[in-house]
Design a protein around this ligand. Structure first.
Ligand code: APR
Length: 318
Protein backbone atom coordinates (compact mmCIF):
# COMPACT_ATOMS: atom_id res chain seq x y z
CA UNK A 1 0.00 0.00 0.00
CA UNK A 2 1.38 3.44 -0.93
CA UNK A 3 0.82 6.55 1.13
CA UNK A 4 -0.72 8.54 -1.72
CA UNK A 5 -1.77 8.03 -5.33
CA UNK A 6 -2.84 11.02 -7.43
CA UNK A 7 -5.14 10.66 -10.40
CA UNK A 8 -5.06 13.57 -12.84
CA UNK A 9 -8.25 13.96 -14.88
CA UNK A 10 -11.45 12.77 -13.28
CA UNK A 11 -13.42 11.84 -16.37
CA UNK A 12 -14.29 8.31 -17.47
CA UNK A 13 -10.88 6.68 -16.94
CA UNK A 14 -10.03 8.76 -13.86
CA UNK A 15 -13.33 7.84 -12.21
CA UNK A 16 -12.76 4.10 -12.68
CA UNK A 17 -9.18 4.47 -11.43
CA UNK A 18 -10.18 6.11 -8.15
CA UNK A 19 -12.90 3.52 -7.52
CA UNK A 20 -10.50 0.67 -8.16
CA UNK A 21 -7.63 2.15 -6.15
CA UNK A 22 -9.98 2.37 -3.19
CA UNK A 23 -11.53 -1.06 -3.74
CA UNK A 24 -8.09 -2.69 -4.07
CA UNK A 25 -6.69 -0.62 -1.13
CA UNK A 26 -3.64 0.47 -3.08
CA UNK A 27 -3.02 3.68 -1.08
CA UNK A 28 -4.04 5.30 2.19
CA UNK A 29 -4.76 8.59 0.38
CA UNK A 30 -6.18 9.11 -3.10
CA UNK A 31 -6.25 12.55 -4.70
CA UNK A 32 -8.20 13.42 -7.83
CA UNK A 33 -7.61 16.65 -9.72
CA UNK A 34 -9.77 17.87 -12.61
CA UNK A 35 -10.32 21.40 -13.89
CA UNK A 36 -13.93 20.72 -14.92
CA UNK A 37 -16.58 23.04 -13.46
CA UNK A 38 -18.30 23.28 -11.17
CA UNK A 39 -16.33 20.72 -9.10
CA UNK A 40 -16.17 17.40 -10.98
CA UNK A 41 -13.26 16.01 -8.96
CA UNK A 42 -14.72 17.05 -5.62
CA UNK A 43 -18.06 15.51 -6.62
CA UNK A 44 -16.52 12.18 -7.67
CA UNK A 45 -14.38 12.05 -4.53
CA UNK A 46 -17.41 12.72 -2.32
CA UNK A 47 -19.51 10.10 -4.12
CA UNK A 48 -16.80 7.47 -3.63
CA UNK A 49 -16.15 8.53 -0.01
CA UNK A 50 -19.81 8.09 0.84
CA UNK A 51 -19.53 4.47 -0.27
CA UNK A 52 -16.49 3.73 1.92
CA UNK A 53 -18.52 2.25 4.80
CA UNK A 54 -19.72 -0.45 2.38
CA UNK A 55 -16.09 -1.39 1.74
CA UNK A 56 -15.18 -1.06 5.45
CA UNK A 57 -12.20 1.15 4.67
CA UNK A 58 -11.06 4.58 5.86
CA UNK A 59 -9.00 5.51 2.81
CA UNK A 60 -9.02 9.29 2.39
CA UNK A 61 -10.34 10.36 -1.01
CA UNK A 62 -9.99 14.03 -1.93
CA UNK A 63 -10.93 15.83 -5.12
CA UNK A 64 -10.18 19.35 -6.29
CA UNK A 65 -9.81 21.72 -9.22
CA UNK A 66 -6.51 22.81 -7.71
CA UNK A 67 -3.34 20.83 -8.20
CA UNK A 68 -2.20 21.24 -4.59
CA UNK A 69 -4.50 18.32 -3.75
CA UNK A 70 -1.86 15.99 -5.29
CA UNK A 71 0.94 17.30 -3.04
CA UNK A 72 3.33 14.60 -1.87
CA UNK A 73 1.87 11.80 -4.04
CA UNK A 74 4.12 8.75 -4.48
CA UNK A 75 2.46 7.81 -7.74
CA UNK A 76 0.60 9.80 -10.39
CA UNK A 77 -1.71 8.32 -13.01
CA UNK A 78 -2.39 10.87 -15.74
CA UNK A 79 -5.64 10.74 -17.71
CA UNK A 80 -6.07 14.46 -18.45
CA UNK A 81 -6.95 15.04 -22.07
CA UNK A 82 -9.75 14.80 -24.56
CA UNK A 83 -10.61 11.29 -25.74
CA UNK A 84 -11.50 10.24 -29.27
CA UNK A 85 -15.17 10.53 -30.01
CA UNK A 86 -17.33 9.80 -33.07
CA UNK A 87 -17.73 12.83 -35.36
CA UNK A 88 -21.20 13.87 -36.59
CA UNK A 89 -20.44 12.22 -39.97
CA UNK A 90 -19.78 8.90 -38.22
CA UNK A 91 -16.00 8.90 -38.76
CA UNK A 92 -13.54 8.80 -35.86
CA UNK A 93 -10.31 10.74 -35.45
CA UNK A 94 -6.94 9.07 -35.05
CA UNK A 95 -5.28 9.38 -31.64
CA UNK A 96 -2.67 11.64 -33.28
CA UNK A 97 -5.43 14.15 -34.12
CA UNK A 98 -5.82 14.82 -30.38
CA UNK A 99 -2.26 16.09 -30.16
CA UNK A 100 -2.76 19.88 -30.35
CA UNK A 101 -5.40 19.94 -27.60
CA UNK A 102 -3.82 17.36 -25.35
CA UNK A 103 -0.34 18.86 -25.56
CA UNK A 104 -1.59 22.06 -23.92
CA UNK A 105 -3.34 20.04 -21.21
CA UNK A 106 -0.14 18.02 -20.70
CA UNK A 107 1.83 21.20 -20.08
CA UNK A 108 -0.64 22.15 -17.32
CA UNK A 109 -0.36 18.61 -15.91
CA UNK A 110 3.45 18.84 -15.96
CA UNK A 111 3.38 22.13 -14.06
CA UNK A 112 1.06 20.58 -11.45
CA UNK A 113 3.31 17.54 -10.97
CA UNK A 114 6.47 19.64 -10.93
CA UNK A 115 5.13 21.87 -8.18
CA UNK A 116 3.47 19.24 -6.01
CA UNK A 117 5.07 15.82 -6.37
CA UNK A 118 8.20 16.06 -8.47
CA UNK A 119 9.55 12.68 -7.43
CA UNK A 120 6.40 10.65 -8.03
CA UNK A 121 6.30 7.57 -10.25
CA UNK A 122 4.21 8.54 -13.30
CA UNK A 123 1.99 6.34 -15.45
CA UNK A 124 0.37 8.26 -18.29
CA UNK A 125 -2.71 7.20 -20.26
CA UNK A 126 -3.70 10.32 -22.24
CA UNK A 127 -3.46 10.13 -26.04
CA UNK A 128 -1.67 10.22 -28.40
CA UNK A 129 0.04 8.02 -25.84
CA UNK A 130 3.70 7.90 -26.82
CA UNK A 131 3.79 11.62 -27.74
CA UNK A 132 2.17 12.72 -24.48
CA UNK A 133 4.67 10.69 -22.42
CA UNK A 134 7.43 12.19 -24.57
CA UNK A 135 6.17 15.67 -23.67
CA UNK A 136 5.93 14.84 -19.95
CA UNK A 137 9.53 13.68 -20.19
CA UNK A 138 10.61 16.92 -21.92
CA UNK A 139 8.90 18.99 -19.24
CA UNK A 140 9.74 16.99 -16.11
CA UNK A 141 12.99 15.18 -16.97
CA UNK A 142 12.42 12.41 -14.42
CA UNK A 143 14.75 9.44 -14.13
CA UNK A 144 14.11 6.90 -16.87
CA UNK A 145 12.47 4.33 -14.60
CA UNK A 146 9.91 6.73 -13.17
CA UNK A 147 7.90 7.69 -16.25
CA UNK A 148 6.01 5.31 -18.51
CA UNK A 149 2.95 5.16 -20.67
CA UNK A 150 0.13 2.65 -20.51
CA UNK A 151 -0.85 1.28 -23.88
CA UNK A 152 0.83 -2.07 -24.48
CA UNK A 153 -0.90 -3.71 -21.53
CA UNK A 154 -4.28 -2.69 -22.93
CA UNK A 155 -3.39 -3.64 -26.52
CA UNK A 156 -2.05 -7.02 -25.32
CA UNK A 157 -5.15 -7.64 -23.22
CA UNK A 158 -7.30 -6.95 -26.26
CA UNK A 159 -5.21 -9.39 -28.32
CA UNK A 160 -5.42 -12.00 -25.53
CA UNK A 161 -9.18 -11.63 -25.30
CA UNK A 162 -9.69 -12.06 -29.06
CA UNK A 163 -7.34 -15.06 -29.21
CA UNK A 164 -9.02 -16.73 -26.21
CA UNK A 165 -12.42 -16.25 -27.82
CA UNK A 166 -11.24 -17.74 -31.14
CA UNK A 167 -9.47 -20.68 -29.46
CA UNK A 168 -12.34 -21.37 -27.06
CA UNK A 169 -10.00 -21.26 -24.03
CA UNK A 170 -9.65 -19.15 -20.91
CA UNK A 171 -8.07 -15.70 -21.25
CA UNK A 172 -5.84 -16.89 -18.42
CA UNK A 173 -4.18 -19.38 -20.77
CA UNK A 174 -3.27 -16.79 -23.39
CA UNK A 175 0.03 -14.98 -23.21
CA UNK A 176 0.61 -12.17 -25.71
CA UNK A 177 2.62 -9.04 -26.33
CA UNK A 178 1.80 -6.05 -28.49
CA UNK A 179 4.80 -3.83 -29.23
CA UNK A 180 5.40 -0.47 -30.87
CA UNK A 181 3.47 2.77 -30.80
CA UNK A 182 -0.10 2.99 -29.54
CA UNK A 183 -1.55 3.68 -32.98
CA UNK A 184 -2.61 1.77 -36.04
CA UNK A 185 1.01 0.64 -36.55
CA UNK A 186 1.14 -1.29 -33.24
CA UNK A 187 2.53 -4.81 -33.50
CA UNK A 188 0.85 -7.89 -32.06
CA UNK A 189 3.76 -10.35 -31.89
CA UNK A 190 2.44 -13.69 -33.10
CA UNK A 191 5.72 -15.48 -32.45
CA UNK A 192 5.39 -14.55 -28.74
CA UNK A 193 1.73 -15.55 -28.44
CA UNK A 194 1.25 -18.78 -26.48
CA UNK A 195 -1.72 -20.76 -25.25
CA UNK A 196 -0.81 -22.68 -22.10
CA UNK A 197 2.80 -22.56 -23.28
CA UNK A 198 2.00 -23.86 -26.80
CA UNK A 199 2.27 -21.82 -30.04
CA UNK A 200 -0.97 -19.99 -30.79
CA UNK A 201 -1.05 -21.49 -34.33
CA UNK A 202 -1.85 -24.87 -32.78
CA UNK A 203 -5.26 -23.49 -31.79
CA UNK A 204 -6.09 -20.69 -34.22
CA UNK A 205 -5.61 -20.69 -38.01
CA UNK A 206 -3.23 -18.25 -39.62
CA UNK A 207 -6.10 -16.47 -41.47
CA UNK A 208 -8.01 -16.03 -38.25
CA UNK A 209 -4.89 -14.69 -36.52
CA UNK A 210 -4.43 -12.17 -39.36
CA UNK A 211 -7.98 -10.96 -38.71
CA UNK A 212 -7.47 -10.88 -34.92
CA UNK A 213 -4.26 -8.86 -35.29
CA UNK A 214 -5.99 -6.38 -37.63
CA UNK A 215 -8.87 -6.10 -35.13
CA UNK A 216 -6.41 -5.53 -32.26
CA UNK A 217 -4.82 -2.61 -34.11
CA UNK A 218 -8.23 -0.98 -34.50
CA UNK A 219 -9.76 -2.18 -31.23
CA UNK A 220 -9.83 1.29 -29.63
CA UNK A 221 -11.73 2.67 -32.63
CA UNK A 222 -14.21 -0.23 -32.52
CA UNK A 223 -15.19 0.77 -28.96
CA UNK A 224 -15.34 4.48 -29.90
CA UNK A 225 -17.82 3.65 -32.69
CA UNK A 226 -19.98 1.51 -30.43
CA UNK A 227 -20.07 4.02 -27.56
CA UNK A 228 -21.04 6.95 -29.76
CA UNK A 229 -19.46 9.39 -27.31
CA UNK A 230 -15.93 9.06 -25.89
CA UNK A 231 -13.60 6.09 -25.88
CA UNK A 232 -12.83 2.93 -23.91
CA UNK A 233 -12.37 3.64 -20.21
CA UNK A 234 -12.72 0.52 -18.05
CA UNK A 235 -10.06 -1.64 -19.73
CA UNK A 236 -7.57 1.27 -19.95
CA UNK A 237 -8.01 1.97 -16.21
CA UNK A 238 -7.61 -1.71 -15.28
CA UNK A 239 -4.55 -2.00 -17.53
CA UNK A 240 -2.89 1.01 -15.88
CA UNK A 241 -3.58 -0.59 -12.51
CA UNK A 242 -1.88 -3.79 -13.64
CA UNK A 243 1.23 -1.61 -14.05
CA UNK A 244 0.62 0.24 -10.78
CA UNK A 245 0.24 -3.02 -8.85
CA UNK A 246 3.45 -4.41 -10.36
CA UNK A 247 5.22 -1.34 -8.96
CA UNK A 248 3.40 -1.17 -5.61
CA UNK A 249 3.93 -4.87 -4.84
CA UNK A 250 7.41 -4.99 -6.43
CA UNK A 251 6.27 -7.89 -8.61
CA UNK A 252 9.06 -7.75 -11.21
CA UNK A 253 6.31 -8.46 -13.71
CA UNK A 254 7.14 -8.25 -17.40
CA UNK A 255 4.59 -5.98 -19.04
CA UNK A 256 4.59 -4.11 -22.33
CA UNK A 257 4.87 -0.42 -21.47
CA UNK A 258 5.78 2.75 -23.31
CA UNK A 259 9.32 3.36 -22.09
CA UNK A 260 12.05 5.66 -23.30
CA UNK A 261 14.55 3.62 -25.29
CA UNK A 262 18.27 4.18 -24.89
CA UNK A 263 19.65 2.11 -27.71
CA UNK A 264 17.45 -0.96 -27.21
CA UNK A 265 15.83 -2.11 -30.46
CA UNK A 266 18.21 0.37 -32.15
CA UNK A 267 16.11 3.31 -30.93
CA UNK A 268 17.38 6.34 -29.02
CA UNK A 269 15.31 8.82 -27.03
CA UNK A 270 11.79 7.80 -28.07
CA UNK A 271 8.97 6.35 -25.96
CA UNK A 272 7.85 3.09 -27.60
CA UNK A 273 5.88 0.09 -26.36
CA UNK A 274 8.30 -2.66 -25.30
CA UNK A 275 8.25 -5.36 -22.63
CA UNK A 276 9.87 -4.24 -19.39
CA UNK A 277 10.36 -5.56 -15.88
CA UNK A 278 8.08 -3.57 -13.61
CA UNK A 279 8.86 -3.44 -9.90
CA UNK A 280 9.31 -1.07 -6.99
CA UNK A 281 11.85 0.91 -9.02
CA UNK A 282 9.27 1.46 -11.78
CA UNK A 283 10.33 0.51 -15.31
CA UNK A 284 13.37 -1.45 -14.14
CA UNK A 285 14.64 -3.05 -17.35
CA UNK A 286 13.70 -3.12 -21.01
CA UNK A 287 13.52 -6.63 -22.45
CA UNK A 288 14.51 -7.10 -26.08
CA UNK A 289 12.30 -9.61 -27.88
CA UNK A 290 13.82 -11.67 -30.71
CA UNK A 291 11.75 -10.57 -33.66
CA UNK A 292 11.35 -12.31 -36.99
CA UNK A 293 12.46 -10.39 -40.11
CA UNK A 294 8.91 -9.27 -40.93
CA UNK A 295 8.24 -8.29 -37.30
CA UNK A 296 11.46 -6.21 -37.35
CA UNK A 297 10.24 -4.44 -40.46
CA UNK A 298 6.83 -3.72 -38.93
CA UNK A 299 8.46 -2.50 -35.70
CA UNK A 300 10.62 -0.08 -37.71
CA UNK A 301 7.45 1.30 -39.36
CA UNK A 302 5.83 1.77 -35.97
CA UNK A 303 8.94 3.55 -34.65
CA UNK A 304 8.84 5.85 -37.70
CA UNK A 305 5.24 6.82 -36.99
CA UNK A 306 6.00 7.50 -33.29
CA UNK A 307 9.04 9.56 -34.38
CA UNK A 308 6.80 11.62 -36.67
CA UNK A 309 4.46 12.53 -33.81
CA UNK A 310 7.41 13.23 -31.48
CA UNK A 311 8.78 15.60 -34.17
CA UNK A 312 5.40 17.36 -34.19
CA UNK A 313 5.64 17.75 -30.41
CA UNK A 314 9.03 19.43 -30.81
CA UNK A 315 7.73 21.56 -33.67
CA UNK A 316 4.75 22.73 -31.57
CA UNK A 317 7.10 23.69 -28.74
CA UNK A 318 8.95 26.19 -30.93
N1 APR B 1 -5.98 19.13 -15.51
C1 APR B 1 -6.73 18.12 -15.01
N2 APR B 1 -7.75 17.55 -15.70
C2 APR B 1 -8.00 18.02 -16.92
C3 APR B 1 -7.26 19.07 -17.51
C4 APR B 1 -6.20 19.63 -16.75
N3 APR B 1 -5.46 20.64 -17.22
N4 APR B 1 -7.76 19.30 -18.75
C5 APR B 1 -8.76 18.43 -18.94
N5 APR B 1 -8.91 17.64 -17.84
C6 APR B 1 -9.91 16.60 -17.58
C7 APR B 1 -11.25 16.90 -18.24
O1 APR B 1 -11.96 17.90 -17.52
C8 APR B 1 -11.92 15.54 -18.19
O2 APR B 1 -12.76 15.39 -17.06
O3 APR B 1 -9.54 15.34 -18.14
C9 APR B 1 -10.74 14.56 -18.11
C10 APR B 1 -10.71 13.54 -19.24
O4 APR B 1 -11.80 12.72 -19.06
P1 APR B 1 -12.70 12.19 -20.28
O5 APR B 1 -13.03 13.33 -21.19
O6 APR B 1 -13.81 11.39 -19.72
O7 APR B 1 -11.69 11.25 -21.09
P2 APR B 1 -11.26 9.72 -20.74
O8 APR B 1 -12.11 8.78 -21.47
O9 APR B 1 -11.09 9.58 -19.28
O10 APR B 1 -9.82 9.68 -21.46
C11 APR B 1 -8.74 10.48 -21.01
O11 APR B 1 -7.04 9.00 -21.89
O12 APR B 1 -7.27 7.08 -23.22
C12 APR B 1 -7.01 8.45 -23.20
O13 APR B 1 -7.74 9.19 -25.36
C13 APR B 1 -8.01 9.24 -23.98
O14 APR B 1 -6.75 11.30 -24.01
C14 APR B 1 -7.86 10.62 -23.40
C15 APR B 1 -7.55 10.34 -21.94
Amino acid sequence: MLNKIAVIGGGNIGGVLVQEIVRRRLARNVALVDVKEPELAKGKALDISEGLPVLCTDIKVEGSKEYDVIAGADMVINTAGVPRTTRPDGTIPTREELLTTNLKITDAVSAGISKNCRNAMIISIANPLDAIVYRLNMNLKPSRAKLMGMAGVLDSNRYRYFVAEAAGVSVDNVEAIVLGGHGDSMLPIRSACRIAGMPVEKFVSSDKLDAIEARTRKAGGEVVKLLGVGSAFVSPAWSALEMAEAIIFDKKKILPVSAILKGEYGVEGLFIGVPAIMGAGGMEKVIEVDLTASEKEAFAKSVASVQKTADEVIEMTK
